[in-house]
Write a protein that binds this ligand. Structure first.
Ligand code: TRP
Length: 366
């Protein structure tokens, strides 16, 4: 499936360098996708989320389904809950314990399996965080300052840029490289971060020898889903359909979604982005094309389209929601899943840090 909705991000306006980076990343990503199918065991996927609120339909269509797909191919997956990243642009951590448990419940409910996917909060892995120190020496302040995604996030946060915001791509490199991550599924807006991780791996090799493989982006093919107000679906905008929402709340949110004045439903993403978005959601969950669904609804109008979308979303999410309810009733189990993932990653990160110390001439203690 290709992206069907206009997804202009600041990155798209970065000019020729960003375009070249994108073309090169696209080519690597295509090669990688083929290799993942034939040799899944040669790769390690590193992916993650900030625990700032519940996961929603945008996450489900954009990343969660892809993670489950990669898991099914047999690629080991490392899923970081980036809890330190919560305080890159705000002063309070929020109800983290609860959010982290809910995140684990979302992951397991959509089909991620703790036997094959290590789920861990990065704050719980000291060796990962310690990698940040040598990594910070490998990038210049100017390189960090010109990262377009950090710039966009700094602007959006409307406050002074914290040292952590400026350096979080380096922290992300530590997430990726501490456990030998080679594949990072990303949207185009996250590419600049991955470029920093690649740079760090390369420079470490040049200066100290081969400890890290250069990770590569696996570019998302998923549609960008808009929220019910026509802006990008996001937890902070309050325009999202949460995975954990009830069927009734889902129906109400979709009923309230913005459309336009034209009764006849057509699929025209540029001219009618809100209608196209609803069609894309239904298409993406039902394996049909947006145009087919538009033809079927035709002159029945937006209300009929919304009923169709609601039915498809609620049908698809029903088993996930049922499983989620069971999981959330078992906090001890959710904590045990986190403990297991943390132990796996800690083992790898301690080994990596030891090799880093050796390469840098800092292995004093045997
Ligand atoms: N920055 C990512 C986000 O906001 C989350 C994240 C943290 C991540 N560390 C990572 C993603 C490492 C991929 C690899 O969604």
């Amino acid at each position: 499936m290709t992206s069907t909705i206009s997804t202009a991000t600041p990155v798209d306006r970065q000019g020729p360098t960003a375009d070249r980076t994108f073309v090169a990343a696209r080519a690597r990503s295509d090669v990688l996708e083929r290799d993942l199918r034939t040799h899944p065991e040669r790769h390690r996927v590193l992916t993650g989320d900030r625990p700032t609120g519940p996961l929603h339909l945008g996450h489900y269509l954009g990343t969660l389904r892809n993670r489950v797909r990669l898991q099914a191919l047999g690629v080991p997956i490392f899923l970081v809950i980036a809890d330190y990243q919560v305080v890159t642009d705000r002063d309070a951590t929020g109800p983290l314990r609860d959010r982290v448990r809910n995140l684990v419940a979302d992951y397991l409910a959509v089909g991620l399996d703790p036997e094959r996917t290590a789920i861990f909060p990065h704050s719980a892995v000291p060796a990962l965080n310690q990698l940040l120190v040598p990594f910070l020496s490998l990038v210049s302040a100017a390189e960090l300052e010109r990262n377009p995604t950090v710039k966009a996030e700094a602007l959006a946060s409307r406050r002074a840029v914290s040292g952590l915001l400026l350096t979080y791509p380096v922290h992300q490199a530590a997430d990726i490289l501490c456990c030998g991550g080679t594949v990072v599924p990303v949207g185009r807006d996250q590419l600049p971060h991955l470029e920093i991780a690649r740079l760090i791996a390369r420079r470490f090799t040049e200066r100290y020898g081969p400890v890290f493989a250069e990770p590569a982006a696996l570019l998302a093919d998923a549609p960008a889903v808009l929220g019910t107000d026509g802006a990008k679906m996001s937890k902070s905008r309050g325009n999202a359909v949460d995975l954990s929402a009830s069927a009734d709340d889902t129906a109400a949110a979709i009923r309230a979604a913005r459309t336009d004045d034209e009764r006849h439903i057509t699929y025209e993403p540029r001219r009618r982005p809100e209608v196209a978005n609803l069609l894309t959601i239904a298409a993406s969950l039902s394996g049909r094309t947006p145009a087919e669904i538009a033809d079927e609804v035709g002159s029945q109008g937006a209300a009929a389209l919304k009923n169709l979308v609601t039915a498809v979303v609620n049908d698809d999410l029903a088993p996930i929601r049922a499983r989620r309810r069971e999981l959330i009733a078992e906090p001890d189990y959710l904590d045990a899943v986190l403990a297991g993932g943390t132990a796996t990653v800690t083992g790898l990160a301690v080994e990596t840090l030891d090799r880093v110390r050796a390469a840098m001439g800092m292995r004093y203690l045997g």
